[in-house]
Ligand binder design. Structure first.
Ligand code: NAP
Length: 306
């Protein structure tokens, strides 16, 4: 069993990391670093540095804080010789993630930049089906109600918090895994509330290396039915990945899928990487988002209040 500590006991740590670690045959929760909270039955520390020095047996940490503070934490954990699981997105900038990959490599520890949506039940069957098809177009709709999913999360609206790209990057993580070729950004429009620093909605136009257009629409103002869908047109019919990747329909026929187990699968992958003494740091989804911030047109929109 690998002794792991969680840093940042917020929504994702409680909803997914704690249960996934409790059920894992590979990991045991040995400590938690949190500014405000504690987990029953394990030592709690006010910050990561205190946890690292007090727990020499801690082999790994899962960093579940907002992306803006992840680089400093990951650097400290790597310098202390611990394996690191990064929540998505792996950082606030590409250069800091690059720095972490190099640091982990020289320290001989595992760095895992996780993308949970890639482990949604329909993604691997969709990737396998698409592998020998010609893709002629992709349409992504990731439209949810920010008040329902991110209430009071100030960090998400601040620089580095990504705004609507916080969920949107999940779609891009699936896209970059599904496509058998590269994809790049051609155009972007970001709608930013007058009182915030990050977009509430975005439209992206991308192109695959095979020449197919990819359109993405991310919107946090969706009420009613929530939509997390990717539609892929091919020479053999239409593939639809819905429900964030957990429902799959190919040429009109709904596929039977195993039940959702994204976080258990992430911890299996983390254990395998540690066992193989290797890292997995794929920044392609973050590159597309960074390109949208680099080149996207801005439009100021109605102020947003929680
Ligand atoms: P959250 O509920 O706001 O929790 C983040 C936690 O990080 C806080 O509770 C806090 O924990 C800690 N923290 C440390 N420094 C902080 C700072 N400067 N500002 C705010 N919190 C700070 O956020 P979350 O939804 O769990 O998301 C965390 C990360 O997981 C994000 O990168 C997000 O994209 C990713 N993620 C979220 C979900 C989801 O459904 N919410 C799903 C997948 C991935 P302490 O008080 O314990 O220190």
């Amino acid at each position: 069993m690998i002794a792991v500590g969680i840093v940042g006991l917020g929504k994702i740590a409680r909803d997914q990391h704690l249960p996934a670690i409790a059920a894992s045959p590979d990991f045991t929760l040995a400590a938690v670093a949190s500014r405000h909270a504690h987990a029953d039955g394990v030592p709690g520390y006010a910050d990561l540095e205190t946890m690292l020095s007090a727990e020499p047996g801690l082999e790994a940490v899962a960093l579940c804080q907002p992306p803006q503070v992840r680089h400093a934490a990951a650097r400290a954990a790597i310098a202390a010789g611990r394996h690191v699981f990064l929540e998505k997105p792996p950082g606030a900038t590409l250069s800091e993630v690059d720095d972490l990959a190099r640091a982990a490599d020289s320290a001989g520890v595992t760095l895992f930049a996780s993308w949970h949506s890639r482990f949604a039940a329909g993604v691997e069957p969709a990737r396998a089906w698409l592998a020998d098809k010609t893709i002629t177009g992709v349409d992504i709709r990731w439209m949810e109600d920010v008040r329902q999913w991110h209430p009071g999360q100030d960090w998400i609206w601040q620089p580095g918090g990504l705004g609507v790209f916080d969920p949107g990057i999940n779609a891009l993580s699936i896209l970059t895994t599904l496509l058998p070729c590269p994809v790049w950004l051609e155009d972007a429009l970001l709608e930013i509330p007058g009182n915030r620093s990050a977009p509430i909605a975005a439209r992206l136009a991308m192109r695959t290396g095979d020449g197919a257009p990819v359109a993405a629409r991310f919107d946090w103002r969706q009420t009613g039915r929530q939509v997390w869908a990717i539609t892929v047109e091919t020479d053999a019919g239409t593939l639809v990945l819905d429900d964030g990747g957990n429902a799959l329909t190919i040429a009109g026929a709904r596929r039977e899928l195993p039940s959702e187990r994204e976080y258990p699968a992430l911890y299996e992958r983390f254990a395998r990487l540690i066992g193989e003494n290797s890292s997995d740091v794929d920044v392609r989804p973050l590159k597309l988002v960074a390109d949208a911030f680099l080149t996207g047109r801005r439009s100021s929109t109605e102020a947003f209040y929680d």
